[in-house]
Design a protein around this ligand. Sequence first.
Ligand code: GAR
Length: 200
Amino acid sequence: MERTSLKTWRIAVLTSGAGRGSNLQALYDYFKKHSLPVEIAFATASNKNAPVVQLCDKLNIPCYILAPRKDKDFENRLLELCQQEKIDLIALAGFMNLLSSSFLEKVGIPVLNIHPALLPKYGGKMMYGMNVHKAVFESGDKVSGVTVHLVDNQYDNGPIIAQIKVDISDCKSPEEIAAKVLEMEHQIYAPAIYKFLNER
Ligand code: GAR
């Protein structure tokens, strides 16, 4: 990706209705703390009561309500926003829907996702949030982790750009796994995005 020395990367963060927005907060904090030229130009949530709406208000990030399941024009609206706002990269953070290949082609910028497990294990439809951690817990795995990957038109499927393991041998419940993995999510997503933007 071409970049002049003064350019600030502009990213959009897509979340869902139920998302806490903790990854959005972690991205914001990391770019700010390290004075990196990355701006979260806007976020989306799928309903106006999503916790992330209040969070965006606090952080002064425009938040648009775009509901992939209810709004059949969702992708066109998102495309328009990305073009208007000159977005360089879309980061999914708790966004639980598929994006079509036609959207991905038209938008023409990378879309990254963070997934709370070691893909390709525990990925696919319905494998999100606590569903993932319950499946990991029930499997008896002693190691889980975090994956950041490029998004294609299938769930949790695109090329992996960062992956880190988390020792869960001491976790006694899916909730304990979730907490440990989330802590690692907060550490790796922002640097992975920044590295990706700069290396392209
Ligand atoms: C995160 O754990 C993220 O990895 C997961 O949703 C959570 C959102 O939390 N995403 C998926 O499961 C995608 N398949 P947050 O709203 O606190 O960032």
